[in-house]
Write a protein that binds this ligand. Structure first.
Ligand code: NDP
Length: 284
C-alpha cells in the first residue's frame, strides 16, 4: 500500500448489511465535493461471513479507512492493528483509519455526540441520566466519562446490558455510575444536568414516547436525543415546551461524519454543507 498520490480517487466507505447508510453517503460526498477533494465514499453491503475478506479487500484497494455499522462493530476488531482509547474501552469500532499503514479502530459516535453537547455546555462535573445501554449509549457514556462527567445514571429496560455498561464505566473509566432498571415512568432527580435518549425509541415514529415523568424535567436541564429521523422527537418537543435546551440526533450524525473525514484526510470539513446534504438525504 502506498501513500503516493494517484490518479484514482482516494477511497473510504461504509461496511454495513443494508442501504441504511445512504444519507451518510450523500453527506460525505457533499463534503468531498465542497472541499474539491478527489475522494469517494462507497456504501458496501457486507454480510457478516464476508467481513474478513472485505477488510482484506479494502487494504488491497488502498482504502484510507471505512465506517462500519451493526453487526460489524465488534467483529471488525480482530482484523485491525490497534484501537483508539475510547474504542478500546467500548469494545466497539465504527470508524477504521489507516495510519502509517496500520489499521486503527476508532469510535466516532460518542465523539460526535460530545461535540454537539459541547456547543451547549462543558459536561465535566455534570450529572447525566442516560436512557439506553446499546451501542450508541455505550459510545456516548464512555466519551462523557472520559471528559470528566460527575455521574452517569444508566436507565435501561434490560438488566444485563444496563448493569454491564454501568460496571464498564466504573471499572474501566473510574466514574461514579449506577444502573437503574427502567420500570414505569422514570422520575429525574432535580440535580440532573443532562438527559439523553440513546434508545431507539422514536426512530421513524415522531409520536413514540419515553416512559419519563415529564413533570420532572426542569428548565435548567439539557435534553438530547440520538434519533436522527425524525429529528424532532416527542422528547425534544416535550423538553422544549418546558424550557429546556435541546439537541437532536442530526448534530451527532453530522459531527461523527466530520470527525471521520478529519481522521481519514486531515481536512476539517464544512459542517453546514454536510448538514444540508444529510437532511436532503433523509428527505427532510
Ligand atoms: P441498540 O440496538 O444497540 O440499543 C437499543 C437500545 O434501546 C437498548 O438500550 C434497548 O434496551 C433500548 N430500547 C429499544 N426499544 C426499547 C423500548 N421499547 N423500551 C425501552 N428501551 C428500548 O441500538 P444502538 O444503540 O446502536 O442505536 C440506538 C439508536 O441510536 C438508533 O435508533 C439510532 O437511530 C440512533 N443512533 C444515532 C446516531 C446519530 O449519529 N444520531 C448514531 C448511532 C445510533 P434493551 O437493552 O432493553 O434492549
Amino acid at each position: 500500500m502506498s501513500d503516493t498520490p494517484h490518479f484514482l480517487p482516494e477511497l473510504v466507505g461504509s461496511m454495513s448489511t443494508g442501504a441504511a447508510g445512504n444519507p451518510t453517503v450523500a453527506m460525505m460526498e457533499a463534503a468531498f465535493a465542497h472541499h474539491k477533494m478527489h475522494w469517494r465514499y462507497i456504501n458496501m453491503e457486507i454480510p457478516p461471513a464476508s467481513l474478513a475478506d472485505a477488510v482484506l479487500g479494502a487494504k488491497a484497494l488502498g482504502f484510507r479507512g471505512f465506517n462500519c455499522s451493526l453487526p460489524h462493530k465488534i467483529n471488525v476488531i480482530q482484523h485491525l492493528d490497534g484501537l483508539g482509547e475510547s474504542a478500546a474501552v467500548m469494545g466497539a469500532v465504527n470508524c477504521v483509519v489507516r495510519r502509517s499503514n496500520q489499521w486503527i479502530g476508532e469510535n466516532t459516535d460518542g465523539k460526535g455526540f460530545l461535540r454537539s453537547l459541547q456547543s451547549l455546555t462543558d459536561p465535566a462535573g455534570k450529572s447525566v441520566v442516560l436512557f439506553g445501554a446499546g451501542g450508541a449509549a455505550r459510545a456516548i457514556a464512555v466519551e462523557l466519562a472520559m471528559v470528566g462527567a460527575k455521574k452517569i445514571t444508566v436507565v435501561n429496560r434490560s438488566q444485563d446490558r444496563g448493569s454491564g455498561l454501568a460496571s464498564v464505566l466504573q471499572t474501566k473509566v473510574g466514574i461514579d455510575s449506577e444502573f437503574v432498571r427502567w420500570q414505569g415512568e422514570y422520575v429525574l432527580h432535580p440535580t440532573t444536568d443532562i438527559v439523553i435518549n440513546a434508545t431507539s425509541i422514536g426512530l421513524y415514529d415522531a409520536d413514540a414516547r419515553l416512559a419519563l415523568d415529564l413533570n420532572s424535567l426542569r428548565q435548567s436541564m439539557i435534553v438530547a436525543d440520538v434519533i436522527e429521523n425524525p429529528p424532532r422527537t416527542s422528547l425534544i418537543g416535550d423538553a422544549e415546551a418546558r424550557g429546556c435546551r435541546v439537541l437532536d440526533g442530526i448534530g451527532m450524525l453530522v459531527n461523527q461524519g466530520i470527525i471521520a473525514v478529519n481522521y481519514w484526510s486531515g481536512v476539517e470539513p464544512d459542517a453546514e454543507v454536510m448538514r444540508r446534504a444529510l437532511l436532503r438525504g433523509l428527505g427532510l
